[in-house]
Design a binder for this molecule. Structure first.
Ligand SMILES: Nc1ncnc2c1ncn2[C@@H]1O[C@H](COP(=O)(O)OP(=O)(O)OP(=O)(O)O)[C@@H](O)[C@H]1O
Length: 259
């Protein structure tokens, strides 16, 4: 991660639209993510959360709109090591019997010069990443021997090893038991404290709720609400039971509860 206090938004999407198979899936998406922000993308199944994350990482092309990453127009952006992407957990379960350490080391590849042996800084970054997600003692174990929640943390460690400034996580808590969700929240909190910008997709925030500063709620391919998160525990600094704090952007009504 860079040490100078950054001011350029890591993500600036204006008028973003995505079509899949000719069908519009995202429309009129304006999203600026400030440095150091912790943003949750929420919304019902099929509302476009994963597609938005994929569009922001270039995995899905935009049909229209302009995207800048760290101030650079997407077409000119090449500094991919600044971006970490943690896909949905199923991608970790390939048939390859990799160890935890090997999987995390793979995340270091973008930093290493081709065909150079691993440096001590590579090894330190891998050890730090494993430490941060609480799996230092499992480094030699096969990924397949870990629980789903632990596998999710391996994927996060893999992204961490590349020392990116901006993290996208697609449903990091899906199918993860409560204890691992708490460990995950702790790891993401430490990441945030290091100055990383975090954008994650979630169905339920659970233990992540105290970390989330901004909720972007998707509905039918559009942003239906963008603002302080709603916490049902009543301990939020933003008392979301008051409607004035739930003012949705674009003047759209916020229908019902979040899913
Ligand atoms: N590869 C694809 N082929 C066809 N349609 C797709 C594809 N990926 C997404 N879609 C469609 O795009 C819309 C948005 O899907 P997306 O996965 O982004 O939603 P989501 O909010 O992330 O949902 P979930 O919470 O179920 O993951 C849905 O209608 C979905 O069917």
């Amino acid at each position: 991660m860079t040490t100078a206090a950054p001011t350029t938004p890591p993500v600036e999407l204006v008028g973003g639209a995505v079509a899949i198979g000719g069908r519009p899936v995202l429309r009129g998406i304006d999203l600026v993510v400030e440095p150091g922000a912790f943003v949750a993308l929420l919304g019902p199944n099929g509302s476009g959360k994963s597609t938005l994350v994929r569009a922001l990482t270039g995995l899905r092309p935009l049909a229209s709109g302009t995207l800048r990453l760290f101030g650079t127009p997407f077409a000119q952006f090449h500094d991919w090591r600044r971006i970490g992407f943690v896909p949905q957990r199923s991608s970790a379960e390939s048939g390859v019997p990799a160890s935890v350490w090997e999987t995390v080391a793979a995340g270091r590849l973008t930093r290493r010069r081709l065909l150079r042996p691993m440096s001590s800084s590579d090894k330190t970054a891998i050890a730090d990443a494993l430490e941060l997600v609480g799996l230092a003692d499992r480094a030699k174990d096969g990924v397949a021997t870990l629980s789903g929640g632990q596998q999710q943390r391996v994927l996060i460690a893999r992204a961490l090893a590349g020392d990116p400034d901006l993290f996208f996580l697609d449903e990091p808590t899906a199918g993860v038991d409560a204890r691992n969700q708490r460990a995950l929240a702790e790891a993401l909190g430490r990441l945030r404290d290091r100055g990383a910008t975090i954008v994650l997709v979630a169905h339920e925030l659970g233990p992540l709720a105290p970390l989330v500063e901004r909720a972007v709620v998707m509905r039918e391919g559009r942003i239906a609400y963008d603002g302080p998160p709603r916490h049902d525990d009543g301990h939020s600094p933003h008392d979301v039971h008051h409607h004035e704090t739930l003012r949705p952007r674009h003047g759209l009504p916020l229908e019902g509860r979040w899913p």
